[in-house]
Design a protein around this ligand. Structure first.
Ligand SMILES: [Zn+2]
Length: 145
């Protein structure tokens, strides 16, 4: 038997983890603009944060929070190539700005303390995507509809 020519993508270990940081984040809608590269943080892999890298496309109403959001394009999203997210879910990849770095470091401290140096891909279970392509953080899903 030949080994498979490609390593299958690792299946994240689902580990629901409290997130006190994202719901408390204070970031304006205007902080982002079309064309920005961003990441939505989802968990930890090998002692580092991981998430979905996406490109900001256009302003879009985020219905789960009833606030201004951003339409994003996920090149690897398959059936859900486009999702709408709240600005506080996003971290800039295209530029190093203090607002995003502070949040990134805080999430890093929070999660790496819980899941240090693990080879497993840990999905903290923070986000779901609705049938209408709205990305929703677990805190917004609970407080909303
Ligand atoms: Zn930023």
């Amino acid at each position: 038997m030949n080994p498979p020519s490609r390593t299958p993508p690792p299946t994240p270990a689902f580990a629901p983890t409290h997130d006190p940081l994202t719901p408390a984040r204070d970031i304006t809608h205007q902080h982002f603009q079309a064309g920005d590269q961003v990441v939505v943080l989802k968990g930890v892999a090998g002692g580092e944060l991981w998430g979905d890298a996406m490109r900001v496309v256009a302003p879009s109403w985020h219905t789960p929070t009833d606030e201004d959001g951003w339409r994003l394009r996920d090149a690897t999203g398959g059936a859900q190539t486009y999702v709408t997210a709240h600005p506080r879910y996003l971290v800039h990849l295209s530029r190093r700005c203090p607002d995003c770095l502070i949040y990134l470091r805080a999430v890093e401290d929070h999660l790496l303390a819980k899941y240090p140096e693990s080879d497993t891909l840990v999905d903290c279970g923070w986000y779901t995507t609705t049938a209408l392509g709205q990305l929703v953080h677990i805190a917004d899903a609970q407080s909303g509809r």
